[in-house]
Ligand binder design. Structure first.
Ligand SMILES: Cc1ncc(COP(=O)(O)O)c(C=O)c1O
Length: 454
């Protein structure tokens, strides 16, 4: 008899962001299929996909229009190089992205994942200033990022990351970047209250720009919601204030919409909520509705033109990947955008968003260990605390989030908590009854793990 898949997995595999000593002790979940917002394991048990398979899935699994788009492309060709050639889905997708993106973004550079989309934006910003015409500014070589930020795991993306637990180990490999405090209202770094603070936090960005703009190429920002730091959300008006300040100080604004893009916050892109126009924008995750690894970095014409010149001027952007412009990925993305159009997805999700937030407030708002509920659209973070009155956090070693995630799995719900923050990021297609099941399941798991909330 052959060994189980779980045993074979543990013999050879190494999983991301996973303490493998723990993994080796446990029986892994083996997902074999999916349909809509449900995933099915090898024993036929069904699970609600409460994290959209790590924030990528939009329209559910095995969505016919996306399946069809990929199959159609597969009947033509799976992959051809983007060096010296182009392909129909890549061209068509670029046109669609430019139509949908905030005004001013007119150029599309493809890659494979969120980290590379960010890496490319950083390198474009850096090189742009070095060779800008008519007045190059090579001294603008630093970056700015927020505390708690997460922009991916490649070395450049880590350099603009602000989660010490993930990033500190690699300090020696990283290039210098200026940290700006994030307006984490529940634990305001300036000790202010949201209703009376008058956006005190904007002053901090202003100061950082006044001090550093002369040597700063770009400020990397996740618009509205810092996802991987625990769905930390900006107060209203903050994002547009930051965008204005960047513009005034001649610092490029990189909008990392890897997590927030494609409807996740209730609009196609989070930038739209405050009508900001970034200079560079990073897309991945939902770009292919959770089907294929594909990413895009969008740039303004101004940045793009900075790279034009005679061959021997070597202004070229020397960057690329084997799978740049992959036709199957681009076809999947086109299939997804077709679903947005034909099914009025952005309209349809509004009542679902209202339903989700109502449910979260009703079923979780009064729990003695729920400290903060935050987020936007279909991105909800629930910060659990040991003591609601003092906001004392749970020590990381207690692994409260992981323990709750384990109980949820037994209840047929898959979530991926971040530390003590429960993160609900359902597919845009999750139905109202499924959303209710998700929220009530979280309440049950909370009560079980935290001893009836006592
Ligand atoms: C905002 C943001 N940027 C970048 C990334 C990195 O994306 P990837 O995991 O596809 O490299 C992530 C991943 O969670 C993200 O949330």
């Amino acid at each position: 008899m052959t060994d189980s898949l779980g045993t074979r997995d543990r013999r050879h595999l190494w999983h991301p962001f996973t303490q493998m000593a723990d993994w080796e002790r446990d029986e892994p979940l083996v997902i074999v299929s999916g349909k809509g917002c449900l995933l099915v394991d090898e024993d036929g048990r069904e699970y609600l996909d409460g994290s959209s398979s790590i924030w990528v899935n939009l329209h559910g699994h095995r969505k016919p229009a996306v399946d069809r788009a990929i199959k159609r492309q597969l009947d033509r060709v799976a992959h051809t190089t983007f060096l010296g050639a182009t392909n129909p889905p890549a061209v068509e997708l670029a046109e669609r992205l430019v139509e949908l993106a905030p005004a001013g973004l007119s150029r599309v550079f493809y890659s494979d994942n969120g980290s590379t989309a960010v890496e490319i934006a950083l390198k474009m910003a850096y090189q742009y200033w070095r060779q800008r015409r008519p007045a190059p500014r090579p001294e603008k070589r630093r970056f700015m990022h927020f505390r708690h930020a997460y922009h991916g795991d490649t070395v450049g993306a880590v350099s603009v990351g602000g989660i010490d637990l993930f990033h500190e180990t690699f300090r020696g490999l990283m290039f210098p970047s200026t940290t700006v405090e994030f307006p984490y209202c529940y634990r305001c770094p300036w000790g202010k209250q949201p209703d009376t603070c008058n956006l005190h936090c904007v002053g901090d960005v202003q100061q950082a720009l006044e001090t550093n703009a002369h040597e700063t190429a770009a400020f990397v920002v996740e618009p509205l919601v810092q996802g991987a730091s625990g769905i930390l959300s900006m107060p209203p008006g903050y994002l547009s204030a930051v965008a204005d300040l960047c513009r005034r100080h001649e610092v490029l604004l990189i909008a990392d919409e890897v997590a927030t893009g494609f409807g996740r916050t209730g609009r196609m892109f989070a930038c739209e909520h405050e009508a900001i126009q970034p200079d560079l924008m990073c897309l991945s995750k939902g770009l292919t509705a959770g089907y294929m690894p594909l990413a895009a970095t969008l740039a303004t014409e101004e940045i793009y033109r900075g790279f034009l010149g005679r061959y021997d001027e070597f202004r070229t952007f020397f960057h690329g990947h084997s799978y740049t412009g992959n036709p199957l990925g681009c076809a999947a993305a086109l299939g997804s955008l077709e679903v947005f159009d034909t099914e009025n997805v952005l309209e349809k999700i509004q009542p679902r968003i209202t339903h989700l937030w109502r449910g979260v407030r009703r079923h979780l708002g009064d729990h003695p260990h729920v400290g903060d509920i935050r987020g936007r659209g279909l991105m909800v973070g629930i910060e659990l605390v040991k003591d609601r009155a003092t906001r004392e956090p749970f020590p990381l070693e207690e692994q409260v989030g992981n323990r709750i995630g384990r109980v949820l799995r037994d209840l047929g719900i898959l979530l991926r908590p971040i530390g003590s923050v429960l993160v609900l990021v359902p597919p845009l297609a999750m139905t109202r009854p499924q959303l209710t099941r998700l929220v009530t399941g979280v309440r049950t798991a909370l009560d079980r793990v935290l001893d009836g909330g006592q």
